[in-house]
Design a protein around this ligand. Structure first.
Ligand SMILES: Nc1ncnc2c1ncn2[C@@H]1O[C@H](COP(=O)(O)OP(=O)(O)OP(=O)(O)O)[C@@H](O)[C@H]1O
Length: 759
């Protein structure tokens, strides 16, 4: 025991030294920031812009150093050559640049997650440090090379039958009360997860895994890892993360900062089109039709139908001369303008030029004498500014915004019928809606498709981009010189500083610029709950990542709607044509075994493509079923059940969160019952919904989230609407699922051996 205590003391000394270094760096950076600010707003614009650039960099660096306070160091590797290497949230060096702490993402840290007794990789022992605040409260050792270890007095054991790394630390992390926000898993990443996190940047990596296998956690840690290992590339082009909803994005928004990374653009498909709010609501059937791959052709046809040959010739009098727009000329001009395959609005310039030149020919012929070049220019101008001609040419080739094209498509039945001959009359009737209706999430990929085909006049932006690229080398050079002369070399990189120089003025980060620009292309895209994306949404996303460097995580058994994927190959193969690879996660870290098994039985009974799943832990009383004799009493019973759950959690030291998951149609009666029971004060709403101890939501809204206890209302109703939704709802709790029902339980729910408590 004495040996263990001295080990603990030794680790505490090391951890103290690491925090001392962290504090020193914080103080040093704060002091630099103060100095920069002290200089005030005087000096040349050049000086001011340099100061602003330094100030933002120091602010970012301080934020990063503040964010790594919790579990700064969490591991130690003992190497065969006697070296001891500490692993932590960020890398730290002492004043002489010797390494004190190795960043978890560095190659030198990889063995912490991957080494096994069979493949020890030069590691004798792996140690997990358990800390509370800055105090080391425990040590967990795994000996990987029994022959090499001889040190008496420590509690090493060599047997790790479970296959889990750092099992004690892991199980402690899994059992902890939930805060309403996702935490990072950096101290306990498992080998199968680590392999995905560190996989190659190139290509599309699909991670399929059942509920609770850590897909979201892995996707976020992979983003942090890629930013660390390919910083130059990724920081300039940016990383995009797509999640299923705003609530979900709030749920995960602490994870990347805690890993020292900010600046990832996080958004939903509905928000991906800049400056457009998709607040409209429509039926799933309509969303499904709009999401079909075939809708790309519908939009393409709608665009081409705005390039139209008039029924007959049209005459115009210009300055006493007659010119005629003939169907023949328009046909020829359209064919020519289409030939260069430019988007509609840009090809229109060619069309108009061609038509005006034809009309000018007619005009000149009537004059009967040749014109000098400048006189011909005057004629062209006169023709161009003639109102009648302008209208006729617009009718032949209408300049359009994406919004106008899509709005007309749904507001004018004849347009839809012409553009979508493959849809049935009933389907077209479902899509019809009046002009001015709010945009819906399923419209967003259609608008993006339209924008692509119509094209924006982004010439100015392109010229600017070329200029930026040329300036970049000069900026980098300059930033290096500034860094060298200011003695700040170790603190910030020249790349970052150059970025800041470039962006001062309106202070925009890469992330901000990317989010505002529809045609921005990212260096990497991470998609969570990717099974929900429609074929049209995938097309929109792929435009933003021409390199196809993507991390796609999801579970095809949890798909809610008809729009989403039931098989990765079915969804991705037509789009990526073999350029994607599939990996699987198989251990469920969230849901107690009994609950996960029940959920899987129900999902299988509904013929969902369920992944195989091993649960990391058992919890007593994990499944509680409460049958209510009549439907009228259901909501009251739900409130009572939530009350019991809240009371149980309140007695624990760690608190926790309770969620009531109910079919949409029952939400308001359950809310009333909570009010009657006096529980509504616990209920969160709006932006802070996740912070409250109690939350009421539909299965769809619960996607990707987790809670200590879930009260699930009438599962057969949830399952009847969507089997995928029921699978999601059943797999949200980390401790207990309480099912309250009046109708029959869904098929597969019970087996004689479930061992659940029945009321
Ligand atoms: N290696 C790990 N160490 C500690 N906790 C982990 C680990 N892997 C996963 N977890 C925890 O397990 C829970 C489930 O993880 P996550 O939400 O990433 O799963 P998921 O596969 O995305 O689930 P779902 O598909 O159901 O949304 C989270 O609380 C996460 O922190």
């Amino acid at each position: 025991m004495a040996g263990r205590e001295s080990e603990l003391r030794g680790e505490q000394d090391t951890v103290d030294r690491l925090y001392d270094r962290l504090d020193a760096l914080r103080a040093q950076t704060r002091e630099r920031l103060r100095e920069v600010r002290r200089e005030g707003p005087s000096g040349s614009p050049q000086n001011r812009s340099e100061r602003d650039a330094f100030a933002t960099l120091y602010e970012d660096r301080i934020a990063q150093l503040e964010a790594v306070e919790d579990r700064l160091a969490f591991g130690r590797l003992d190497l065969t050559d006697g070296e001891q290497r500490y692993i932590g949230r960020i890398g730290l060096t002492d004043a002489d640049h010797s390494s004190l702490l190795t960043d978890w993402r560095a190659p030198a840290a990889q063995a912490f997650y991957r080494a096994t007794a069979a493949h020890a990789d030069g590691i004798v022992r792996r140690r997990h440090l358990i800390t509370r605040g800055r105090a080391v409260t425990g040590i967990e050792d795994e000996v990987l090379d029994l022959d090499a270890i001889g040190a008496p007095g420590s509690d090493e054991t060599g047997d790790h039958l479970s296959g889990l790394t750092g099992e004690g630390a892991l199980l402690a992390a899994l059992a902890a009360g939930r805060t309403g926000r996702m935490g990072d898993i950096v101290a306990t990443i498992q080998a199968e997860q680590d392999a995905i996190i560190r996989a190659d940047l190139a290509g599309a990596l699909v991670v399929q895994g059942g509920p609770g296998t850590g897909k979201t956690a892995v996707a976020l840690h992979r983003a942090a890892y890629l930013l660390y290992s390919h910083r130059r590339l990724l920081e300039r082009s940016g990383v995009l993360l797509i999640g299923p909803s705003r609530v979900f994005l709030r749920y995960i928004d602490q994870v990347l900062p805690s890993l020292g990374e900010t600046g990832v653009v996080t958004t939903t498909i509905a928000e991906l089109y800049p400056r457009l709010e998709a607040t409209g609501v429509e039926s799933e059937t309509v969303a499904e039709i709009k999401g079909r791959a075939g809708f790309a052709q519908v939009v393409a046809r709608a665009v081409r139908q705005r390039q139209r040959v008039p029924a007959g010739p049209e005459e115009f009098k210009v300055d006493g001369n007659t010119v005629v727009i003939t169907p023949h000329d328009v046909t020829e001009a359209i064919v020519r303008a289409r030939r260069n395959h430019r988007p509609h609005n840009l090809a229109r310039v060619t069309f108009v030029r061609d038509m005006l030149s034809r009309l000018a020919e007619q005009y000149v012929t009537q004059l009967g004498y040749p014109l000098a070049a400048d006189e011909r220019g005057d004629v062209l101008e006169e023709l161009r500014s003639d109102r009648g001609i302008r209208i006729a040419l617009n009718l032949a080739w209408m300049p359009l915004t994406p919004q106008k094209l899509i709005e007309d498509l749904f507001a004018k039945p004849a347009r839809l019928a012409a553009a979508a001959p493959g849809l049935s009359a009933a389907e077209r009737a479902l899509l019809a809606r009046p002009a001015g209706s709010p945009w819906t999430p399923a419209d967003v990929p259609l608008l993006d498709e339209a924008a692509e085909l119509l094209g924006e006049d982004d010439q100015a932006a392109r010229v600017q981009a070329r200029l930026d690229a040329t300036n970049r080398t000069a900026e980098l050079d300059y930033a290096r010189r500034v860094l060298a002369s200011s003695g700040n070399e170790g603190l910030v990189s020249a790349e970052l500083l150059a970025d800041r120089f470039a962006n001062t003025g309106p202070r925009l980060t890469t992330a901000e610029r990317a989010a505002a620009d529809r045609s921005w292309t990212y260096a990497h895209v991470v998609v969570d709950e990717a099974q929900e994306l429609s074929a049209m949404a995938w097309r929109m996303l792929l435009r933003r990542v021409p390199t196809r460097s993507m991390t796609i995580v999801g579970d095809v058994a949890q798909t809610s709607t008809q729009t989403g994927a039931r098989s990765w190959a079915g969804m991705l193969e037509p789009l990526l044509r073999g350029a994607w690879r599939l990996t699987e996660l198989t251990v469920n870290y969230r849901t107690p075994a009994a609950v996960a098994e029940a959920a899987q039985r129900v999902a299988r009974a509904a013929h969902l493509p369920v992944s195989s799943l091993t649960s990391a832990r058992e919890v007593d009383d994990a499944l509680v079923v409460e049958a209510v004799p009549d439907d009228a009493g259901l909501a009251g019973r739900v409130a009572a059940s939530a009350d019991v759950a809240l009371a149980t959690l309140a007695t624990g030291a760690e608190g926790g969160r309770v969620a009531i998951i109910a079919p949409g149609a029952r939400i308001s009666t359950v809310r009333d019952a909570l009010r009657t029971a006096g529980l509504d004060e616990h209920l969160g709403s709006g932006a802070t919904v996740l912070d409250a101890p109690l939350i009421l939501l539909t299965p769809r809204e619960a996607k990707g989230l987790e809670f200590d206890v879930v009260v699930l209302v009438e599962p057969s109703e949830v399952g009847a609407a969507s089997a995928g939704d029921l699978y999601v709802a059943m797999t949200r709790p980390t401790r207990q699922l309480r099912v309250v029902h009046h109708a029959e339980l869904p098929d597969g729910f019970h087996t004689p051996s479930t061992g659940d408590r029945l009321f």
